[in-house]
Write a protein that binds this ligand. Structure first.
Ligand SMILES: NC(=O)c1ccc[n+]([C@@H]2O[C@H](COP(=O)([O-])OP(=O)(O)OC[C@H]3O[C@@H](n4cnc5c(N)ncnc54)[C@H](OP(=O)(O)O)[C@@H]3O)[C@@H](O)[C@H]2O)c1
Length: 243
């Protein structure tokens, strides 16, 4: 197995990615936006007998990306898998009015919509810009970015969600644009809908446990796809997702 990096791994699906990748034998870089959060998450996995490298990465901040990339070039030399998992959903914002400002037309706030598009849609590709030398040094590198059914234009049946849905649609296009450029460098990049998953974001009523969703993405996407499938949009079970 190889070297893997996961963003937004303080909790939720990111932590489960690290758990399952470490279990299959990968050397895992568990990243979170503060050292305290990364170390706390790594300590939880250590209690289960799993060793990971806790590192700081704020996906909203290019300086943080550059610093980590430089450090990992020294420490690991290459990355076989990058999981762009970190994300925000305005419905989870603690500040009052944020959800409405990206959901209701009458209250639409362009800055809040753009904040979501920046973090969820653009920064995952900016991270790849910084990690590219590490990916190019791997034999069969893969970038897997977590999208959503809400990012599918064809499958959208409910109004609203201007910020979150548009951010994931932007991610889908950003990834495709990047994937077609990176193909000649041997780096594959796909987007995946993880399903509706029981996390802080998904809520307790969600259909899938993180164990099942991440297990499905590892078995059906990470271990199956390569350059032939680069730029495509998958479901967590490995089937194709409508655009
Ligand atoms: N749950 C679902 O049903 C569902 C469905 C479709 C897609 N998704 C997507 O799946 C991914 C994971 O979601 P989740 O359900 O696990 O959400 P979650 O429980 O809310 O966790 C979100 C993670 O992202 C991190 N994060 C947020 N902003 C960050 C930043 N600037 N830099 C680094 N990390 C940051 C959070 O860190 P902190 O602890 O520091 O806040 C946290 O670790 C997201 O991209 C989400 O959009 C989720």
């Amino acid at each position: 197995m190889g070297h893997a990096l996961v963003t937004g791994a303080s909790r939720g699906m990111g932590l489960e990615w690290c758990r399952q990748l470490a279990r299959r034998g990968d050397r895992v870089v568990l990243t979170a936006r503060s050292a305290g959060k990364a170390e706390a998450a790594a300590a939880r996995l250590a209690e289960e007998g799993l060793e990971v490298l806790p590192r700081v990465l704020d996906v909203g901040d290019e300086a943080s990306m550059a610093a980590l990339a430089g450090r990992l070039r020294e420490e690991l030399g290459h990355l076989d898998l990058v999981v762009n998992n970190a994300g925000i959903n305005p419905k989870d914002a603690k500040a009052p009015g944020v959800f409405e400002s990206t959901f209701q037309l009458a209250k639409l706030d362009p800055d809040e919509v753009l904040r979501c598009i920046r973090l969820n849609g653009v920064m995952p590709v900016v991270l790849v810009k910084h990690l590219l030398p590490l990916l190019e040094a791997a034999e069969q590198p893969l970038v897997l970015s977590i999208s959503s059914w809400l990012g599918s234009i064809g499958a959208k049946t409910m109004g609203g969600h201007y910020g979150y849905a548009t951010s994931k649609a932007a991610l889908n296009m950003m990834n495709r644009a990047m994937a077609l450029q990176l193909k000649e460098k041997g780096v594959a990049a796909v987007v995946v809908n993880p399903g509706w998953v029981q996390t802080d974001m998904g809520g307790a009523k969600a259909e899938l446990t993180p164990e099942r969703a991440i297990g499905g993405m590892i078995a059906n996407v990470v271990e199956k796809v390569g350059l032939e499938e680069t730029g495509e949009f998958f479901q967590w079970d490995g089937s194709r997702h409508p655009w």
